[in-house]
Ligand binder design. Sequence first.
Ligand code: ASP
Ligand code: MG
Length: 424
Amino acid sequence: MKVFKFGGASVNSAEAVRNMARIVQHHLAGEPLAVVVSAMGKTTNDLEALARQDYGSEQWGAFYDKIEQYHRGIACELLPGGEEVQQRIGNLLAHLADLCRTRSSRHEDDAQFSASIVVHGEILSTNIIHAYLSSLGIRCRLTNALEYIQTQAGSYSDARVDWQRTLVAVRHMWNEGKDCDVVLAQGFIASPDGGVHPCTLGREGSDYTASILAYCLDAESVTIWKDVPGFLNADPKYFPDTIKIEQIPYNEAIELAYYGASVIHPKTVKPIQNKGIPLYIRSFITPEGEGSSVGNYHTIKPETPLYIFRNNQILLSILPRDFSFIAEDNLEYIFGRLNALGIRVNLMQNSALSFSICVDHDEQRIAQLMEDLSSRFQVRYNDNLQLVTIRYYTQTVIDSIVAGRKVLLEQRSRSTEQIVVQRN
Ligand code: ASP
Ligand code: MG
């Protein structure tokens, strides 16, 4: 069996859903196809925003209406007169509103509450897509990922998979869908207890869901349908002349995702690598194109420098106030705070007297970090920076990136150059 994954951009309008359905139809074979879908367009952002508003406030109402109109509009275009699907959407939205209304009495903390709201994006999208695929005569089974993507308790926004329980539950789910064409699953959403407490696998986590299903079901392949022709050597937003990488070794894909290449979610590759399942990245805009494949290769093909740009970076220099050295005890304290605040270090460097880290500039978290560190350390910072990672660099390539810009930090290994530069 094969696993297909469609992200938010591939289902962000009625026309996009029709296109996605054509791709699915084209690939129907004798056995069921597992189709993982994200929330439509930017719905997850809207749901996160909704969860932050006070129930009944004007802003709350504005986000709620936006979410309702968007989904009803797409469903209405796809299925004119489709009362059943509108009824479904109505029920899901009523449940969403109810959760917001009764918030304080039911949820221990913000992350738990936010997860219970955010999962509605994928639930809405799969309900609409299920209705539409069924209307085309595709035998489509809608499953509930909250029941089979099982997680360890402890995190609601970036949960860890409980592999043993998930394996059993996914296989059970699959056996029940044997006689259909498509088994439809929500990406991103999961639960430690079969759906009583919904959680998520982290933003952009739908790729990971596809990989989990592929692992559990020993899939033949995973295909991620994107709005780019494949895995490019740079984000086309920053580079006019990108090169498509045809073949990528698993480990290279893991490294690139780790450094911040946004094409694949970082956790996606490991499970399928363990089983040697190939991962294809193809374009939903030009679905006939070849795309890129991640698999058991020795090197990337073609061999060319790869660029990863991370914007909105802040560089913190942390100096002990008591003139002690940056040694294990100080580092332990700093990393303890970073871990507690969920701040990921993109690059670090230390000297005897100061420790520098480059991190994403999440204003709330960084302000909290600085406050936490202030009793023991003096913290200096530079913001509005860019972190550029170049795999397989050459000096010419580095020169062209830094030309005319101030370099604040540089680190080089045999294969990778990382530079923190002022944005131009
Ligand atoms: N809908 C989720 C998000 O926007 C998951 C995903 O798109 O993969 O983060
Ligand atoms: Mg997405």
